[in-house]
Design a protein around this ligand. Structure first.
Ligand SMILES: C[S@@+](CC[C@H](N)C(=O)[O-])C[C@H]1O[C@@H](n2cnc3c(N)ncnc32)[C@H](O)[C@@H]1O
Length: 412
């Protein structure tokens, strides 16, 4: 037996007890230990079978499931499940083809089979929701072709690092010269899929404004001064408002206004704007920020989409709006660890490489671009099991004395 295995099993037992005690981060630790166990036990033939047959076939079957509404049928059938014949009829799929696809989904633990009936699982029921269905479309139709094309693209380009936003794996795979966001805008179904994907890809994880993560009450609400600006929070590039919506639920007695900003087609796609508890505004973040002296500007997964030069330009466009020592800039981003990179961090780095020819950043790289834009990092907040950190920064006028009230002694 590999010497690693008993050690992993001991850690699984400890993480299992933490999970039973509902300790934060224990679920993610158990999944990671499950991966450690597979890595310690799996032999090459099993690795090939899993990575190159089982998992690609699984993602293809998830796309198939979207097309024939498979997960919805299983969800609607509930605990009674559905017979193979009825499922073939509901989906209009050849019964033998369906049986074979279902068998693989059962082996991959996405659905189950009992007493001659197919049953959904917690996972397949959740995947039946519209925003996950569109996320499957996005991942299958947009991301996968870019990943599949990596080796060919890298070889063709002489193994050079892609650095141009309009010439990289995405353009190679999808036959376009447009950068990612303009390409999405030019292909509206993919824009819609992407916005849905963004609305759920962190679902189930703590949000930056949840208790124990970024201390909203102490850092934003205390000291909020309506004479500076009515705005408490501006979500710059906030998509259709999933973050602000949840922020308002979590902090419903907040003072001030909450404003969402994004590109015109994204803001235009928001339904029933008048009934929403936040304002929305079209704003190009490369142009000067129109809302002056808000208490906070949140940029969630924004700067990671851009190279250092553009990242600095985005921060410089924001800087004139910042009231020194009052306005906080909250960069909600992955901070890459060299020693212990997580799959959540490295797979996002691969998404950046595939779609935008950019990269996720280490703490030193974050500090470098923030400081280059003339801002100062106050603290970095983390939360167990969450890939993204909150980097809190502000603008200090040159030569201004340090405002002790704003200092956070240690990076957390
Ligand atoms: C990766 S998404 C992040 C969305 C949201 N903040 C989140 O974390 O879920 C990037 C967002 O930036 C927006 N965006 C791209 N270019 C923009 C620009 N020039 N001005 C404003 N928003 C832009 C996109 O429409 C998209 O909503």
């Amino acid at each position: 037996m590999s010497i690693l295995v008993p050690n992993i099993l001991e850690r699984v037992a400890a993480a299992g007890r933490a999970y039973e005690a509902e300790q934060i981060g224990s679920r993610e630790s158990l999944i990671e230990l499950g991966r450690d166990l597979v890595a310690a036990l799996e032999i090459p033939s099993e690795f090939l079978q899993r990575s190159f047959w089982a998992e690609p076939a699984l993602s293809a079957h998830c796309k198939f499931a979207v097309e024939v509404k498979l997960f919805q049928h299983l969800r609607d059938a509930g605990d009674a499940g559905v017979s193979p014949g009825d499922l073939a009829q509901k989906t209009s799929v050849d019964p033998i083809l369906l049986q074979r696809i279902m068998r693989h989904l059962i082996a991959m633990k996405i659905v189950s089979f009992s007493n001659g009936r197919f049953l959904g699982t917690r996972l397949s029921h959740e995947l039946a929701a519209d925003n996950y269905q569109k996320s499957i479309d996005f991942c299958y139709d947009v991301s996968r072709p870019s990943f599949n094309g990596f080796p060919g693209y890298f070889k063709k380009s002489g193994y050079r690092l892609p650095t141009s936003p309009n010439e990289g794996p995405l353009q190679n795979a999808h036959g376009t010269n447009l950068p990612f966001f303009p390409w999405l805008v030019a292909t509206p179904p993919h824009l819609d899929e992407f916005d849905n994907f963004m609305s759920v890809y962190r679902a189930g994880k703590a949000n930056w404004f949840d208790p124990g993560f970024y201390p909203v009450a102490e850092r934003l609400i205390d000291g909020f001064d309506p004479s500076c600006s009515e705005a408490l929070l501006v979500d710059v590039g906030g998509g259709r408002g999933h973050d602000v919506q949840q922020f308002l639920t979590q902090h419903h007695s907040h003072p001030g206004k909450v404003v969402l900003q994004d590109q015109e087609p994204v803001i235009a796609a928001i339904k029933d704007k008048e009934g929403l508890p936040f304002e929305s505004q079209v704003h190009d973040f490369f142009k000067p920020q129109p809302i002056q002296s808000a208490r906070a500007y949140s940029l969630h997964s924004i700067l990671h989409d851009w190279n250092d030069e553009d990242g600095v330009r985005i921060l410089e466009s924001l800087k004139p709006a910042l009231k020194p020592g009052y306005s906080r800039v909250l960069l909600n981003e992955i901070v890459l660890s060299e020693e212990k990179p997580t799959i959540a961090a490295t797979s996002m780095d691969m998404m950046m490489l595939a779609h935008l020819s950019v990269r996720e950043r280490t703490e030193a790289e974050w500090r470098a671009i923030i400081e280059k834009a003339g801002l100062k990092v106050l603290a970095i907040y983390n939360y167990p099991g969450v890939a993204e950190s909150v980097i809190e920064a502000e603008f200090r006028e040159r030569g201004a004395a340090n405002d002790k009230a704003n200092e956070v002694p240690d990076v957390m």
